[in-house]
Design a protein around this ligand. Sequence first.
Ligand SMILES: Cc1cc2nc3c(=O)[nH]c(=O)nc-3n(C[C@H](O)[C@H](O)[C@H](O)COP(=O)(O)O)c2cc1C
Length: 507
Amino acid sequence: MICPDTDHTVTEALRKLSQSVHIASVGPDNTPFDVFIPPLKPEQLGDRAFCSEIGIRYPYLGGSMAKGISSVAMAEELGRAGMLGFFGAAGLSFAAVEEAVNRLSGADFPSGFNLIHSPQEPDLEAALSDLYIRRNVRLVEASAFLALTLPLVRYRTCGIHRSAGGAIIAPNRIIAKVSREELAEKFFSPPPEKLLRQLLDEGAITAEQAELAARIPMAQEVTAEADSGGHTDNRPAIALFPTIASLAVRMEQKFGYAVKLRVGLAGGIATPAAAAAAFAMGAAYIMTGSVNQACIESGTSDTVRRMLADTRQADVIMAPAADMFEMGVTVQVLKRGTMFPMRAAKLYDMYRSHDGLESIPAPEREKLEKTLFLAPLSDIWRDTRAFFLQRDPRQVERAERDPKHLMALVFRWYLGQAAHWAKEGATTRTMDYQVWCGPAMGAFNEWAAGSFLASPEQRRVATVARNLLFGAALLTRANILRYQNIQLPADFCIAPLEDIHIKEYLA
Ligand SMILES: Cc1cc2nc3c(=O)[nH]c(=O)nc-3n(C[C@H](O)[C@H](O)[C@H](O)COP(=O)(O)O)c2cc1C
């Protein structure tokens, strides 16, 4: 039957999430029956034990966004709102990450830091792991790992001990982000024996700690990352999540852990419907990225925020990644309003078909200098060389031996700068902006159209998060009604609400 909710009384009752709803209804054979919808508050949507273990109220995590795009301000806003934000440490200097650690440590809410696998800069990965250990950063988001590394295992096992009651306590927690089951398997397994032995030999852990470490998973929580902004395998969430969730169950049984393995979902979540779907599949928590970049607290420019507000779902495309350019790795970026994806793809084609800058035909080289680099390539190499002499002199040595590597470093200059120009809002370089973004952005814009959240200035990360959680809970309640054969009117919609109204409904 269709519920005649013309005066929206049922809709209003559903919105009061902490109150149950009872409706006396009549079935098709005229038998009366009671429809019941239990209270469902946003904090009930995910895994409550997970939230209480990490000290947050809501199962909502803001994912790391490189170069401080997920900024200190963003982690603070999410933290104060009872959620958790990861600081985007990737692509920043050690000093910049340390500064963020200084600013966030001592806060009265939890936050986390990104530890990204850096095959090009293994020393930086190790230095960050040491920094997090030294400064008691208790939660990291590990991402882009293809295999477990020593710095990561060092972080996880540091300080491991038994409590007075005999439980194994590992003070450092890793939430691993993966898009493949083979990687989830590695994180759900105990640290590799070989790496534990290495730490033992170095004296970083004791024999007893190595023995304890062999009984815990590297990560108790894995975030399954579906098609998203930035690095992505473009997996569909509804295919990926059940596979990783089922792996968690098998791995828990296989290793007989004393703790529960949990799976969260990221990728494509920027509407109440997507959030509700994630929780319906059993996500312990949801993680967002693209939509947060569009919020005022993000470390990008207002120009990018405006571009993101105009983005539709098909306005994104894969383009070569700066960090793993030579390996042909790609990232998902915005294509509307910028020529970056096309230009970066052209550079990758050239990299594949030439042995070095010298073998590029003169007219093509001139075109590159005029349109992309806006300087002679020799100048770009001079600056790149100076940069690497500071940061990683081995790159310069290799480039001076191998012209193809020199070409890669010059081309990577463009890719790296393109992200920087976007973040800084460089007015002369808008056509070269590299803006990491997934289809979630377009979905959000479509949902927010016509509401206060359509305007980039109104997009606050916690307001967006509260709306997604509130909407997910409301939609879940509406579905319970639907499963009892009562449909809400077609115009039942979950429109964005101002914080004050959400607060009233949650009271
Ligand atoms: C601008 C941007 C930068 C990102 N940088 C990182 C990063 O440095 N490390 C990381 O683990 N994930 C990174 N991500 C992924 C997000 O943390 C998150 O997992 C993802 O954006 C979720 O999918 P969505 O974009 O569909 O919301 C980035 C995403 C965006 C949009």
